[in-house]
Design a protein around this ligand. Sequence first.
Ligand code: CAA
Length: 258
Amino acid sequence: MAYETIIVEVDDEVATITLNRPDALNALNSQLLGELSQALAEVDASDKVRCIIVTGSAKAFAAGADIKEMSEKSFVEMFLGDYFGTASDAIGRVRKPVIAAVSGYALGGGCELAMMCDFIIASDTAKFGQPEINLGVIAGIGGTQRLTRYVGKSKSMDMHLTGRFMDAEEAERAGLVSRVVPAKQLMDEAHQAAAKIAEKSVLATMAAKQAVNRAYETTLTEGLMAERSLFQSLFATEDQKEGMAAFLEKRTAQFRDR
Ligand code: CAA
């Protein structure tokens, strides 16, 4: 499928989706969100792909939802169109691990998109923010909920109420990003992380993602039960036998996703 606002590359079991609206700092318009949703579903369904990277440009991961497209919309259009909600649901359905590789601005919907991914690797130039308050609105693709879970109430309130930006160092300290690297190394670092993930059994990486995500959705007791069931069910797989045998035989495991 040919896309106009994103670039999709599949290389060595890793799919890289690059947001590509440079003139608008990768602002998320309905076309981009539709293409991103479709591309994510395609690479998620591909037998070849084992990990996905979502990235932008050096200057901007994404500077938010497209303000030009939104500015004149009515409540009825937003309510019936719901393209942010539709994209958010589509991204939430991706079962393979998704890494956000963030350089430059990740603002508003851009910050929210990064947070919808499974973890964020940031360049030292990254700037995160939820500046929707400056536009007379609030975050609309999960920012108030996800940022609060990532960094806690006080910092989340600060970000949403003042609209200030957080640099990469602060974002790492706050737990929003998992690693910060020099800008030039961002894609190498993301590819290395993705390649590491791609070496594992897809059954185990998908189960790990599902189990960690339960921590966001349910009580500790329910989450522990979900984890226990997933852990136990992996003993029905050949990859568990192979992984443990390889450890005992001091060799590298050859996972077959079975
Ligand atoms: N939507 C549409 N276009 C955008 C955009 C956005 N979110 N962000 C930047 N652009 C466009 C600018 O309009 C400009 O286009 P023109 O050259 O045609 O004028 C181009 O990208 C370059 O931007 P700037 O000239 O502003 O670049 P800068 O380096 O001076 O500033 C910036 C960079 C600080 C990121 C600034 O562009 C900015 O503040 N952008 C808006 C950030 C924002 O408010 N994001 C939240 C959007 S609302 C949202 O996301 C809602 C939600 O949760 C669903």
